[in-house]
Structure formats: structure tokens, C-alpha cells
Design a protein around this ligand. Structure first.
Ligand code: GLN
Ligand code: ZN
Length: 783
């Protein structure tokens, strides 16, 4: 080691807690099923923490991070730490801390935990709030991780109420580690919560909250932690001025405790908050050097020299190996300016990255060499540190050489670059995203062609994925079922779904998606440019993990993906059969995306592949094609100033996928529940002939914005919640449709459920759809 004064330190804002083999997930689910007691669950947690700290320590990090572990969610941990469990739970003294914790996370009874998964990868609340409803969940900034939303009222009080964090610090110390404790900062904690009473400003709680934070810091100081990382990622958002102004006083108070604070920001540039962040009275500042590399120079200049600057140089949100030479070129001048006060880190917590590459055996050695998951990113930090300190020993030199070779190989690999795709993109006419005629003309042609009744009925695509379907797929994957047998089984399932829909009297049918495991994976597996990991799981919420595909190269479609299935389904009915595709933005958003070209270009490549599929479906006689885009809204940048640029390319990508068809071909799109009001012009600009959206839980309120905006095309507002097994009555749906008809011209209305039915059973699905068809007929008769 060189002189510790000049030494560069390394750390990470957080590590994945789910475990290399998702041990935490399985232990949690056992505990919820009553097969593992609390002591057993705690033991699993302890073992995982010990293992994860050992990884950090053995990789040469200067501190291990403590406080990033949670049995469900880190925000929920803070609710208990700070003693603000909502009063509505009426917890009694006899209940254990964990029992209360899981009650907040999952609702009062385990059976009524978060609604069924519709395949959109998002959690769904329990519906109507009741004393037992779980806390709401929402996305953690622009990630696919969901946190539990704290609830605040004017009466909310705070008190240090949980020993877990301190116990974990002691645990790490007993294992001999140098500890950096991590906390969510008070302003971010309040910001992430919701005011239960609209008139109440939760910032007003700050004065009550700060003394408890001071106590927490006092305790950590007494334990002898070296540093406390305090996360305030809201500094990367467009903050109201009252929130911005609260920072100085907050950190002035917290700094009084005298434990060194590392204020951590991530996910977004600091922009107008940059000088504020540099000025705050804390001992150090962590910034995201991946999302905001252009701010590094100003920060290195402006941050007072006595403060530590932690540069998140290794991408915590993606799976690519870091270009270490490029990173060193960025870091070297900063290291000169910040002598002795530079730390290296990942851009954000590694919660958002899969655990380790070590377990991946099927990726192929070339692609594998381009990747770094959480564990490998720790090693990258160490190499960067050694190199910056000028310690070019054999290990460092070798690691740099390996990295350099992999980067060069990836850059030049023919797997990544396909001339045909590049040329097609270059030659793409400007109007490739325009339908041949305006909507009014298309609508007239489509009406003449399909002769649908008023209030046409349809569904969103999937029908129940029954145990029989899932076990057939599993047998096929295991090799116990031949391709022919598997396909015959799926064809029979499709025939069954078609028959049921005909019997129900639906107007536009779907094939039911029996053959699809997942709406993104299904297409990714058939497209060039995608690979799949075996164990690349990332926590989505609680025990739920997703395994996003990796888009590593130019995307193209070797052959038609859905045509045979759709044509088979169409051959079974004289009703129109809707072709069913996933759109380019959703495929992009739910994957790990290559970082060697703009996301916009990758989106356009996917769009072209989908466009070809749309054209093939049309060619095969399919007259109605749905391109699902539930993820458009979640792709929005955290800063509003960047929304337009994103929405421009995102909506263009959708239109490119949808525009190669004749006027008489009807394009649908579908989006799950989201706040649409502030992006309605762009949703309209997608120009789908029909959009179906999830609206029933908002009691159709969501449709008001569409009405005020005079949304021009046809709309199918969901008339029943598919996340619950409850079967809606005909009159309920009639009422919702009447409400819809008051804001949208009834001639433009479709009748459909909120989303796909894959998680439901057939019995409830049939009753619900029968009532839905009856509701549509009642409205037709009344018209
Ligand atoms: N077509 C898909 C289905 O019905 C749509 C899923 C979704 O919107 N998340 O399952
Ligand atoms: Zn949906």
C-alpha cells in the first residue's frame, strides 16, 4: 500500500441481497408458507450478509457496506428503523418486528398478498384500501425495483424503533470488517412516501424526523463505523424549491453528530442541484459517473478539497464489463485534483445487477468475456484503484490486459455488428413511421372491412396459463416432450381458447398466448442480438426476481415468429383473430441494453424486426394486430427536460413497428396501469387505431384525461381488474362503460378487461367475460 493519505478508497453503494442462488427468495417463501420460522429466516439473512461482505472484503474494497440488506425492501426497513409504521395496521405489542414488517409488505393475510402477476413484470396492489392492505409499491426511481411506499399523515411521529441496522453493523465488525453503514437520507425518505391527505405536505414532518436520524447516527458513531453513506438520490430530480432549500439545514444538523457522512446521489445528473450538493456540510459526496459523466469535472473543481469525492465509475445498472482504460482516462485528472480524497465506486447500488457470471455456463466464452455482474464489478474497482495508484503489479497488468482485449473484441465482433441492419437503418425513409392515410380514412376502411358491432368486445391477449400448459413447457425444455408433441399440445390449447371465446360471443378473438413463457423473452429468444443468462436474476420486489435478456448486438429477425400460431388460430374461426406482438420500447425497457450505441438506435432495430413480423401477419391474412407497449411510461427520464427527446424516439420506434400495413389493417396497442395524463399528446402520436388501457381500478377516472385531450383514435378502457379473482357483475361494467361513454365518443369505445388473463383460472375468466359481453350487448341495445 502507498501512504494512506494518498490512497484511493473503494466501496459500493450496495450489493444484491437476494443471493447467488436466490437463497433469500426461497427462504422468504418458505417462511411465508410456514415452513421456516423466524430464527431460521434470520439465520439465512445472516449467512447471506456474511458471504456478501466477505466478497467485498476479498475483492479488496476498503469498506463493506452494511444496511443494504433487507428481507423485503430497504425503504420498509427504514419505516421500522424510524418507527413510522402506519397506524392503520393497528399492530399490537405481541407481534414480532418481522411479522409487522411482512404485514406491511404483503397485507394482512398472506393469501391476499399482492395481486397476481399479469406478466407485465410490475407488482399490483391489493385493490381497495382496507386495514389489511399492504403498503403500495412503486418503482424505485427509473429502475425495475419496487419499494414499499411509506405513508405520512400530519400525525405521523418518529422514534428510533428497530435494532436491526445496529445489529448488522456489529455483525460485520465481529467479522473483522471496516464498516460503512448505508442509510436512505431523510429528504429522500420523505419524498418517496405519500401524504395520505392531499392537503398535507410531508416535508412538514422533517423537523420531527431529523432528531431520530441524529440518534441513528449517534448510535452508528458509538459503534465506531468509519463512514455513513446517506443516500439522497432525489438530488437528481426536478425538486420543488422548498425541498431543495431543506437540504442545507438538514445536513448541517446531521453533521453535528460528528460521524463522517458520504452523501450519495445516483441515477441522474445533478444539474441545478450540483453546487448545492457540493456545498452541503458533509464529509464526502458520491456521484453517478455513468449517468452524468459530463458533471465530473465541475464536481471535482467545486467540491471543497477537504471532502471526499466518490466517483461511481462502474455501471451499477448494467451488465457490461467496464472499459478500464476509458475509466482511467476520466479518473486520472480527477485523482490529481483530489489528492488523497478520491474514492471509486459503482454508479449506484449493485441491487440492480445480477449476482455473478461464475454460474453462467451457456453464454459462450466470447459474449461472457464482455460481461461483468455484481461480483465481477467489485474486481474492476480494485483494478482501477491499483492502476490509479500506479501499482502496476502483475495482477493489475494482467487484469487490464484481459479487460482491454475483451473490450476490443466486443467492439469489433461480427456478432455485434450486422451490416444489413446498419444499412437498413441508414436507408430508412423519414416517413417509415407514418401510416398511409390519416386515422379517419383508416377507421372508415376498417369499419367497412370488419363490420364490428358498437362496443366491440375483445381481450388483451393471454388466456389462463394453466398448470397443464406450464408442465408441457417444462417437459419440452427438459427434453421429455418432443417439439412435435409440444407444438401439438399448444395448438390444442389455442383451439380450446378460440372455442371458449366463440362460445362467449366475443367479437375480436386472440389465440391466448399459450406458447409464450413471457412477453419479452418469447421474442428475444427468436431474435438475433439477444442472449439469455441462466441465473442473471435481479430483484424486482420482495422475493420476486426477473431475469432480463441481454441485447448484445444488432437486432434482426431470422424468420417469422408468430405467424404459424396466429394463422392456426385464425383457421379455427370466422371472427377476426388479433395477432399479438410485444413492442420495441417494452422489449428494450425490460432487457439489459447494449451501451455501445444510443438506446434510440437499439429501439429502432427492434422496431424493424417487429415491423417485418407485422407485415408477415398482414400478408398471412391477419387483419388486426396488437403491439403491446406497457413500458412506454417507465422509460421516461427522471428529468423532465429530457422527456421530449425520449418520447420522440420511443414513439417513432413504435410507429415504425406499426406502419408498414395497409389502411384496412387495424393496429392495436396495449398499456397497463400508468399515469398517462402528462404524456397524452405522445400517446396519441403513436397513432394506434385502437389502444387498450388498464382503467378499472381508477373507476375510469384515468379516462378523463383522454377525454379532455380529445384523444382522437379508438380506446378500450379496461372494464375489470384482472389482478383479482373477483368476478365483476354485468351492471358494474355497464356503469363503467357509461362513465367512459361520457368522456369518449361511444362510437370509439371498445370493451375489454384491464390486461391479459394469464394468471387467472378458466372458470372465473369465463364468468367474467360472459358478464362483459352481456354488458356490451346491453349498451348496444340501449343505444
Ligand atoms: N398481451 C399480453 C397479455 O395479455 C399483455 C401483457 C401486459 O400488458 N403486461 O398477457
Ligand atoms: Zn397490461
Amino acid at each position: 500500500m502507498t501512504n494512506t493519505n494518498t490512497a484511493i478508497h473503494t466501496h459500493i453503494p450496495g450489493f444484491p441481497r437476494i443471493g447467488a442462488a436466490r437463497e433469500l427468495k426461497f427462504a422468504l417463501e418458505k417462511n411465508w408458507r410456514g415452513e421456516l420460522d423466524e430464527a431460521g429466516l434470520e439465520a439465512v439473512g445472516r449467512a447471506l450478509r456474511a458471504r456478501h461482505w466477505a466478497l467485498q472484503h476479498d475483492a479488496g474494497l476498503d469498506y463493506v457496506t452494511v444496511g443494504d440488506f433487507a428481507f423485503y425492501d430497504q425503504v420498509a426497513n427504514h419505516i421500522q428503523l424510524l418507527g413510522c409504521e402506519p397506524a392503520r395496521y393497528g399492530f399490537s405489542a405481541g407481534q414480532s418486528q418481522l411479522e409487522r414488517y411482512f404485514t406491511m409488505a404483503r397485507g394482512r393475510s398472506a393469501a391476499s398478498a399482492h395481486g397476481a402477476d399479469c406478466g407485465c413484470g410490475q407488482p399490483h396492489g391489493d385493490g381497495a384500501p382496507s386495514a389489511a392492505a399492504a403498503l403500495e409499491m412503486t418503482k424505485w426511481f427509473d429502475t425495475n425495483y419496487h419499494y414499499l411506499v411509506p405513508e405520512f399523515t400530519p400525525e405521523t411521529s418518529f422514534a428510533l424503533s428497530c435494532e436491526r441496522l445496529f445489529d448488522e453493523v456489529a455483525e460485520a465488525q465481529a467479522l473483522g470488517h471496516a464498516v460503512k453503514a448505508a442509510l436512505i437520507g431523510p429528504l429522500t425518505f420523505l419524498w418517496l412516501g405519500k401524504s395520505k391527505d392531499a392537503a398535507f405536505d410531508r416535508l412538514a414532518l422533517l423537523d420531527k424526523l431529523l432528531p431520530v436520524y441524529s440518534q441513528v447516527l449517534d448510535r452508528l458513531k458509538a459503534q465506531g463505523v468509519q463512514w455513513v453513506q446517506i443516500d439522497e438520490p432525489i438530488l437528481g430530480l426536478d425538486l420543488p424549491s422548498a425541498w431543495r432549500s431543506a437540504f442545507e439545514n438538514t445536513y448541517w444538523q446531521l453533521n453535528q453528530v460528528g460521524v463522517p457522512l458520504l452523501l450519495a446521489t445516483y441515477f441522474s445528473p445533478l444539474e441545478e442541484n450540483l453546487s448545492l450538493a457540493c456545498r452541503l456540510p458533509v464529509a464526502g459526496l458520491h456521484v453517478d459517473g455513468v449517468r452524468a459523466p459530463h458533471e465530473l469535472t465541475s464536481i471535482a473543481d467545486w467540491l471543497p478539497v477537504h471532502k471526499v469525492l466518490s466517483v461511481g465509475i462502474v455501471d451499477g445498472r448494467n451488465i457490461w464489463r467496464t472499459d478500464l482504460d476509458a475509466a482511467l482516462a476520466v479518473l486520472a485528472p480527477i485523482a490529481d485534483k483530489r489528492a488523497g480524497k478520491l474514492w471509486l465506486s459503482t454508479s449506484c447500488s449493485l441491487l440492480h445487477a445480477p449476482f455473478t457470471l461464475a454460474a453462467e455456463t451457456t453464454l459462450g466464452s466470447e459474449i461472457r468475456s464482455w460481461l461483468a455482474f455484481a461480483t465481477e464489478k467489485l474486481d474492476e474497482l480494485y483494478v482501477l484503484k491499483r492502476a490509479l495508484q500506479g501499482e502496476y503489479d502483475a495482477g493489475t497488468t494482467e487484469a487490464l490486459a484481459v479487460s482491454r482485449a475483451a473490450i476490443a473484441n466486443r467492439r469489433a465482433s461480427p456478432r455485434v455488428h450486422q451490416a444489413a441492419v446498419r444499412e437498413r437503418l441508414q436507408a430508412l425513409p423519414d416517413d417509415a413511421d407514418q401510416r398511409r392515410s390519416p386515422f379517419a380514412k383508416r377507421q372508415a376502411e376498417q369499419r367497412a372491412r370488419f363490420q364490428l358491432p358498437a362496443y366491440p368486445t375483445t381481450t388483451i391477449g393471454s388466456f389462463p396459463q394453466t398448470p397443464a400448459i406450464r408442465s408441457a413447457r417444462a417437459s419440452f425444455k427438459r427434453g421429455d416432450l418432443s417439439l412435435t408433441e409440444y407444438e401439438a399440445t399448444m395448438r390444442a390449447e389455442i383451439a380450446y381458447a378460440v372455442q371458449r371465446q366463440e362460445a362467449l360471443g366475443l367479437d375480436v378473438l386472440v389465440h391466448g398466448e399459450a406458447e409464450r413463457n413471457d412477453m419479452v423473452e418469447y421474442f428475444g429468444e427468436q431474435l438475433d442480438g439477444f442472449v439469455f443468462t441462466q441465473l442473471g436474476w435481479v430483484q424486482s420486489y420482495g422475493s420476486r426476481c426477473v431475469k432480463p435478456p441481454i441485447i448484445y448486438g444488432d437486432v434482426s429477425r431470422p424468420k417469422a415468429m408468430t405467424v404459424d400460431w396466429t394463422v392456426h388460430a385464425q383457421s379455427l374461426t370466422s371472427k377476426p383473430m388479433k395477432g399479438m406482438l410485444t413492442g420495441p420500447i417494452t422489449i428494450l425497457q425490460w432487457s439489459f441494453v447494449r451501451d455501445d450505441q444510443p438506446r434510440a438506435r437499439t429501439a429502432l432495430q427492434i422496431a424493424l424486426a417487429i415491423r417485418d413480423e407485422v407485415a408477415d401477419l398482414e400478408q398471412a391474412g391477419i387483419g388486426i394486430i396488437q403491439i403491446d407497449e406497457p413500458a412506454v411510461r417507465e422509460g421516461l427520464p427522471l428529468r423532465r427536460s429530457r422527456w421530449d427527446a425520449y418520447l420522440d424516439w420511443a414513439t417513432r420506434a413504435f410507429r415504425v413497428s406499426a406502419s408498414a400495413v395497409a389502411d384496412r389493417t387495424q393496429i392495436h396497442t396495449h398499456m397497463c396501469y400508468a399515469e398517462f395524463n402528462d404524456i397524452l399528446p405522445q400517446i396519441a402520436a403513436m397513432d394506434a387505431d385502437v389502444i387498450t388501457i388498464e382503467t378499472s381500478r381508477s373507476d375510469m377516472e384515468l379516462l378523463n384525461g383522454f377525454g379532455q385531450f380529445r384523444y382522437p383514435n379508438e380506446i378500450g378502457p379496461g372494464v375489470y381488474d384482472i389482478h383479482s379473482p373477483r368476478v365483476p357483475e354485468q351492471q358494474e361494467m355497464v356503469r363503467l362503460l357509461q362513465k367512459a361513454g361520457a368522456v369518449i365518443p361511444p362510437a370509439n369505445l371498445w370493451v375489454n378487461p384491464d390486461c391479459g388473463l394469464k394468471t387467472r383460472g378458466w372458470a372465473e375468466t369465463e364468468t367474467a367475460l360472459r358478464n362483459m359481453v352481456a354488458a356490451a350487448r346491453q349498451l348496444r341495445a340501449a343505444a
